[in-house]
Design a protein around this ligand. Sequence first.
Ligand SMILES: *Cc1c(COP(=O)(O)O)cnc(C)c1O
Length: 359
Amino acid sequence: MHQLGEALGAGWVAPAGPVPRAFEAAISEATGLPHVLATSSGTAALHLGFRTLGLEAGDEVWTSTLTFVATIAPALQMGAKVRLFDVDPASGLMDIELLRQELAAAARRGRLPRVVVPVDLYGSPVDMPALRDACDAWGVPVLSDSAEAMGASLGNRHAGAGARAAVFSFNGNKIVTAGGGGALASDDARLIEDARRLANHAKEDGPLYQHDSAGYAYGMSSVLAAVGLAQMVVLDVRVQARRAIHARYRAALSDLPGASFLAEPPGGRANRWLTVLRIGPEARLHRDTLRRALDAAGIETRAVFKPLHLQPILRGAPVAGGAQAAALFQEGLCLPSGSALTREEQSRVIAAIRAAWPS
Ligand SMILES: *Cc1c(COP(=O)(O)O)cnc(C)c1O
């Protein structure tokens, strides 16, 4: 944590100075994305992504229905219309075939989306080449919500690479954290330059306080950047730890009738930020029954995200399919997956799940 002392000692506690730049360089190094802006949150980075891609009120944004609300909240605030997509049941990721069909139909109607936002759910990378292939056919840019996917990869590329821009989160619950924070990353220097200006009150270069548009206070403070920088060093270790936890759950529970786990897409290496146990109908055990049994044993688990098409704020939004996401929501339980989970703690979780499972 010597960077923290350095940041404070040098008087750099504002979102300027060398520490946020060093954090950005570390993110660039880890992701292979050459241009990075560190932000106050992943949600702020999404907002800047929408702004720099030219999203305007009335434009359409297409995304997976199975995600955390932050994926889409900035677009809703900007007055965009959201179209939601079902997921592939094996991976829980946006159904790319469905996207391909809907893009063709939208092109026939003459109303393509302004941006498509795939989500690397629970740290599983979407098949970016396939997604890009579908979107490039119509010139639609991709903003990747890779908030949960730091350290995940597909082939030899990091999650989010290949999109016009990718978003990462360093919120306290993510695999590496700055306590709070995010990043917008891209191959495009201009896009990140635009985002950087917007994040700093849209202040134009030069000594005078000149503003040509209304910006935001979305920069990351030096204090948090120092924390994030220290965490980047342990990213690989964290990914290995979470993957090992996932592998052990899989080995210890897969024989239970109806039990299954989300699959990595072909060629993908998930960071397994959270392990999702799926409790299929064959189990004759409701997800919430299991959740309550574990809770009574002092084990905290969480339901899979409630799909956006079932959320009151998106009532009436068009949705392509939705049944797969709804089923995953009903049957999915996020198990304790923290990098610091000990073998003994995990054994206790496994034993409690086996005890609650009808034989
Ligand atoms: C955490 C998260 C975000 C938002 O990141 P914050 O840093 O908390 O603003 C966005 N999308 C997804 C899928 C997330 O899990």
